[in-house]
Design a protein around this ligand. Structure first.
Ligand SMILES: Nc1ncnc2c1ncn2[C@@H]1O[C@H](COP(=O)(O)OP(=O)(O)OP(=O)(O)O)[C@@H](O)[C@H]1O
Ligand SMILES: [Mg+2]
Length: 282
C-alpha cells in the first residue's frame, strides 16, 4: 500500500506523478478503479476534479471530507448516477461511463448500498425488507410470484448474520436505528454484491451503535472478500474502523493512505480552509 498525502498548496507535478504510480501499482487487484474522474452537475462547478480511487477485495475504505466535498457524488458515480464529464469508473471490469442503460442496470446489481436513513419500508416486515434486496436485478415482475423458499432461507441466514433474526417478522419501523441499519445491511448482502457502498451509515446512530455497525461492515468486507467504501464525518470512527482512508476536499483527493499510518493531525488537511460543518469531525 502506498501513502499519498497532498498538502493544500499542491504544486502538483510530483503529487500527480505519485498518484499515477500508485494507481498503476494497485489497480491490478482492485475491484473498483476510478481514474481522473471529473463530475459537474449541469452548468454548475466541477464537484469532483481528477479523482483516482482503488478499492481492493476485503478492504474497508473510509471516505472523509467536509460537507459538500463530493463524498456522495463519488458514491453516485460508482453506481453510474453522477454526471461524469471526464475520466473512467471501472466496477468489476466494466467502465460505467461507457455502458448502455441495460448493461448499467446489471452492473448496479453488483453494488450493494447502505444509506444514512436506512431506506427500509417501515410497514413491511424485516424479512420482506431483506428479501427486496433479491429484486435488485429482476424488476417488479418478481413481486407477482413472491419469494421462493431458497430466497427466504438466505434472507433468514443474513438476518442471523447481522444479529436480527429474532426480529424477522416485526415491522421494520418498530426497530431501533441500529437494528434498522443492520436490516439494511442484510438487504444489501441479499444482492450478493461485489462491492458495498455505505454513505454516512452511522450519522443517525448513537456512538455505541455506530461502532457496532461499522464493525459489522468491516467484518463483512474481510469475510466476504469484498471492498466496502464508507463515508464518515467522525474521524475517530474512521481511524478505528477502516483499513485505508481517502480524504476529499473540494472534490480532490488530498489523502489516500493506510489508516495505520494516519492520525487526526494528518487528516486535518482534509478540513483546512473549509468553513461548513468542521465541528462534525470531533
Ligand atoms: N443533484 C445535484 N445538483 C446540483 N448540485 C449538486 C447535486 N448533488 C450535489 N451537488 C453539489 O455537489 C457538491 C458535492 O455534494 P455531495 O453531496 O457529493 O457532498 P458530500 O461530501 O456528500 O456532502 P455531505 O457531507 O453534506 O453529505 C456540493 O457542492 C453540492 O451542492
Ligand atoms: Mg453526502
Amino acid at each position: 500500500m502506498t501513502t499519498t498525502i497532498h498538502r493544500p498548496a499542491r504544486t502538483t507535478v510530483s503529487a500527480g506523478l505519485a498518484a499515477t504510480t500508485t494507481s498503476a501499482a494497485s489497480s491490478a487487484d482492485s475491484l473498483v478503479t476510478v481514474r481522473g474522474l471529473r463530475v459537474a452537475y449541469g452548468d454548475g462547478p466541477v464537484v469532483l476534479d481528477g479523482v483516482d480511487l482503488d478499492l481492493a477485495p476485503g478492504e474497508t475504505v473510509a471516505l472523509l471530507g467536509s460537507s459538500g466535498s463530493g463524498k456522495s457524488t463519488l458514491m453516485r458515480a460508482l453506481t453510474g448516477f453522477a454526471p461524469v464529464v471526464a475520466g473512467s469508473v471501472d466496477v468489476a471490469g466494466h467502465d460505467l461511463t461507457r455502458l448502455r442503460r441495460g448493461e448499467l442496470r446489471r452492473v448496479r446489481a453488483d453494488v450493494g448500498q447502505v444509506f444514512q436513513q436506512f431506506n427500509l419500508v417501515g410497514r413491511l416486515s424485516v424479512l420482506t425488507n431483506v428479501l427486496t434486496g433479491a429484486l435488485h436485478d429482476a424488476g417488479p415482475l418478481n413481486w407477482v410470484g413472491g419469494f421462493g423458499s431458497a430466497h427466504r432461507r438466505r434472507a433468514m441466514a443474513l438476518l442471523d448474520r447481522v444479529g436480527i433474526a429474532h426480529k424477522a417478522n416485526d415491522q421494520a419501523r418498530t426497530l431501533s436505528g441500529g437494528q434498522q441499519q443492520r436490516v439494511a445491511i442484510a438487504r444489501a448482502l441479499m444482492q450478493q454484491p461485489r462491492v458495498v457502498l455505505a454513505d454516512e451509515p452511522v450519522a443517525s446512530l448513537d456512538p455505541r451503535m455506530s461502532h457496532s455497525v461499522l464493525e459489522l461492515l468491516q467484518e463483512i468486507a474481510r469475510e466476504d472478500g469484498i471492498p466496502v467504501l464508507v463515508s464518515l464525518h467522525v474521524l475517530p470512527l474512521a481511524l478505528e474502523h477502516s483499513d485505508r482512508v481517502v480524504g476529499l476536499r473540494h472534490g480532490e483527493v488530498l489523502v489516500s493512505a493506510p489508516t495505520a499510518s494516519l492520525d487526526a493531525e494528518a487528516l486535518a488537511v482534509v478540513y483546512e480552509g473549509v468553513e461548513e460543518e468542521t465541528d462534525d469531525q470531533h
